[in-house]
Design a protein around this ligand. Structure first.
Ligand SMILES: C[S@@+](CC[C@H](N)C(=O)[O-])C[C@H]1O[C@@H](n2cnc3c(N)ncnc32)[C@H](O)[C@@H]1O
Length: 367
């Protein structure tokens, strides 16, 4: 195999491997905000949206959305998953006595043959900051191939929001990053001095290590929950909004959006805070934004190297660019360019280079 093909094969294996067992699904099934939103989305107005309809569940995982669709009266449900979770879905469908309505297909959606066009596509494809994992590509592929003209997408709209994080009474997560960095550097200085007693001098590497660690700690976003919306220095702004039925997925690969925040209070801004909402056609909204309710995506905090103070009437102007890693297109790179008053423009670049919520498992780790 060519090295590029090998890399792609490994990538596909790892992604679907993460979702291939109950361990990978635990955190999403435990997320009650997510589960309740999809439950309402399927059952509210079910007689118009779901009853007697043919449904395609893209990425069925443990099969929950397919089971709900069948219980809401769907005529037939095709539930497709490329990972071994298809076996879990088969069990949930069997134990729910719905095998005559739901057909489980263990395949990538891009490779599957479905016997008929469908009236509705349901999918839970959203990643952190909406687009991480790049699963919407597969949903759009299924939409263009299998959805009847005028068919329904669940969810129907998706929106990314961005705010300025000014930690009033929240424990300041950006500060945690800086403290971690200071601790590592203090430890290193002690190591350099210990090693001098063994007649080897590492002091020449300190600057490099400081740069390396600060790149690592301050260029990775932090996933947070339970932040108070009061700790935003102004109203959040939309970075992206699209109609799931019509959006061209290639426009999501890389895009930029300007922002212009009018500050309403005295605050010290230590980072940008991002999250998403999805809307369903019957008025149900899944909102992953800051507040007292946990969700497994959380909000993404992008800590700034230098915090800055703002006052009422100030404006924070800039541009966010969201792109994909060239070597791992399921992950994002985020760049902020921003400016306050006449101060020269700053740039902050972040990696979103792991599938944190899957690796970390339990929601208790997110406090
Ligand atoms: C976030 S999980 C959602 C699982 C389930 N629908 C739920 O709501 O609990 C996404 C699922 O989509 C599957 N998936 C992602 N891309 C896929 C593709 N191209 N073809 C088939 N399954 C895919 C993954 O294996 C994973 O099980």
């Amino acid at each position: 195999m060519e090295p590029k093909q090998l890399r792609e094969a490994e990538r596909a294996f790892k992604y679907f491997d993460l979702y291939g067992s109950m361990r990978g699904h635990k955190i999403i099934v435990e997320d009650m905000a997510r589960m309740e939103a999809y439950h309402s989305a399927i059952f509210k107005n079910k007689s118009e949206m779901i009853a007697d309809k043919v449904i395609l569940d893209v990425g069925t995982g443990t099969g929950v959305l397919a089971v709900w669709a069948a219980k809401a009266g769907a005529k037939r449900v095709y539930a497709v998953d490329a990972s071994n979770a298809a076996q879990l879905a088969r069990r949930l469908v069997q134990s729910s006595n719905l095998s005559d309505v739901v057909t489980i297909i263990h395949s990538k959606i891009e490779e599957v043959e479905i016997p008929e066009p469908v009236d509705v596509i349901v999918s839970e494809w959203m990643g952190c900051f909406l687009l991480k994992e790049s699963m919407f590509d597969s949903v759009a592929y299924a939409r263009d191939k299998w959805l009847k003209p005028g068919g329904l997408m669940l969810p129907s709209r998706a929106t990314i929001l961005l705010g300025l994080y000014a930690p009033g009474n929240d424990s300041d997560r950006t500060n945690v990053v800086k403290l971690k960095l200071e601790k590592e550097i203090a430890e290193w200085k002690e190591t350099v001095s210990n090693l001098q007693s063994l007649d080897v001098d590492y002091s020449g590497f300190t600057d490099e290590l400081v740069q390396d660690l600060s790149d690592y700690f301050l260029k990775n976003n932090i996933r947070v929950n339970y932040l108070s919306p009061n700790n935003l220095a102004s109203t959040p702004q939309k970075v992206l909004e699209f109609d799931c039925a019509t959006v061209d997925p290639t426009t999501l690969v890389q895009f930029s959006q300007d922002f212009n925040y009018s500050i309403s209070k005295h605050a010290e801004i230590t980072g940008f805070l991002g999250w998403f909402t999805t809307d369903f056609p019957n008025g149900v909204v899944l909102d992953t934004g800051p507040g007292p309710t946990y969700n497994h995506w959380g909000q993404y905090l992008y800590p700034l190297q230098e915090s800055f103070k703002v006052a009422p009437g100030d404006q924070v102007l800039g541009t966010i660019t969201v792109g994909r890693y060239p070597d791992e297109p399921r992950f994002n790179i985020i760049e902020f360019k921003y400016q306050v008053g006449k101060v020269p423009e700053h740039t902050a670049l972040f990696n979103m280079g792991n599938v944190q919520h899957l690796d970390e498992g339990s929601k208790t780790l997110l406090h």
